[in-house]
Design a binder for this molecule. Structure first.
Ligand code: OSB
Ligand code: MG
Length: 367
């Protein structure tokens, strides 16, 4: 399969409501759509780096630059037998995983379409729907939080993830536990704490949360092992797992018992699958994270979550949790039992609404 044309489309969509984490608040979402043409089939990917370098070091702008200057020239005009070859081709570029993922995943979509198969099938997944939870940003007060959680539970979400930061942790989570003693609830700190805060996590242990996501530094594995040894609740790593090798090291140190897999953070579906395979071979669960993706990235996340090790509900919520209107024809919706359907049909299974994308476009690049 020859990669004949590559197009980048930088778009911006308003979020329905501001999304606050320990590192800041988003009011709209900018992503780069990557469109590849390969011998008569078109594949789509999405670069889901945040606008600013606050989740990790990448931004929309760094991804645009690295794709244009370095990644696209390595891939354009190449013939590949399988999309996983892009992982090796792009490996000479250090880091910039979100940028690479947009390009690699577009080729995965094109490849699946060339085979006439859903992306799920070429990845090795199965099933027609995936269980989903929701990630709830920091709210004005614990009372507002309980109200927000109530709404999502009512809608049917299978698991509630609550963003925390120092000063907005125990009271918030205690309020949720008081209202919902049995609900599947977890906390995501987005690296806002240090080992000086071990007592906070010991106190949180009493609330029987499913897991603590990335409590400590974005680039740490060692301190997480110290924290894991000091608390009962399992630790789930997000920010600090970039590769299968990071996974091996984290497991060797017992720094985590679960991993939130985000295709962007791990450079694309090849990296995601490798991390999944390692965790699954050790009977450790993974689940599908998100970066507030639009319908393209969301569809990719949904197909990935059909792999057998994705045993817990992920953050791949329905589109209407984020946006008033999505950019694809069959956006993800929540069914009555808290599942989202895997879009059937070749590739990612959704079609990009080009007129809508046009309206949201900030800039384009073609190579
Ligand atoms: O830490 O998982 C995170 C959103 C942006 C950046 C980081 C994170 C998140 C989320 C939301 O938690 C996930 C989603 O609903 O897409
Ligand atoms: Mg997280």
């Amino acid at each position: 399969m020859k990669v004949e044309n590559i197009e980048l489309i930088h778009i911006e969509l308003p979020l329905k409501a501001p999304f606050e984490t320990s590192f800041g608040t988003s009011v709209s979402r900018q992503v780069i759509l990557v469109k590849v043409d390969c011998e008569g089939v078109t594949g789509w990917g999405e670069v889901s780096a945040l606008e600013g370098p606050y989740y990790n070091s990448e931004t929309t702008e760094t991804a645009w630059y690295v794709l244009q200057q370095y990644a696209i020239p390595l891939v354009l005009g190449r013939t590949v037998d399988h999309p996983s070859e892009l992982f090796a081709l792009l490996d000479v570029i250090k880091g910039h995983h979100f940028a690479k993922a947009g390009l690699e995943n577009a080729v995965w979509d094109a490849y699946a379409k060339s085979q006439g198969l859903p992306l799920r099938d070429v990845l090795g997944g199965s099933g027609h729907r995936i269980g989903v939870g929701v990630s709830v940003g920091i709210q004005q007060t614990p009372a507002h939080l309980v109200e927000t959680v109530a709404g999502f539970l009512e809608e049917g979400y299978q698991r509630i993830k609550i963003k925390i930061k120092p000063g907005r942790d125990l009271d918030d989570l205690r309020a949720v536990r008081r209202a919902y003693p049995e609900a599947p609830v977890m906390a995501d700190a987005n690296n806002a704490y240090t080992l000086d805060n071990i007592d906070t996590f010991r106190a949180l242990d009493e609330l029987q949360l499913m897991m603590y996501e990335q409590p400590l530094a974005w680039n740490d594995i060692v301190d997480h092992a110290t924290l894991q040894a000091a608390v009962k609740t399992p630790i789930c790593l997000d920010e600090s797992i970039h590769t299968v090798d990071d996974t091996r090291k984290a497991l060797a140190l017992d720094a985590c018992r679960l991993i939130n897999i985000k295709v962007g953070r791990v450079a694309g579906l090849t990296g995601a699958k490798a991390i999944h395979d390692m965790m699954h071979s050790r009977n450790l669960p993974v689940w599908g994270g998100g970066m507030l993706e639009t319908g393209v990235g969301r569809a990719i996340n949904i197909h990935m979550a059909t792999l057998p090790g994705f045993t817990l509900p992920g953050d791949t919520s329905a589109y209407d949790r984020y946006y008033n209107e999505d950019i694809v024809d069959r956006p993800a919706v929540l069914d009555a039992e808290g599942f989202v359907a895997v879009p059937e049909g070749p590739g990612i299974g959704v079609n990009v609404l080009t007129e809508r994308v046009e309206r949201l476009t900030l800039r384009r690049y073609s190579a």
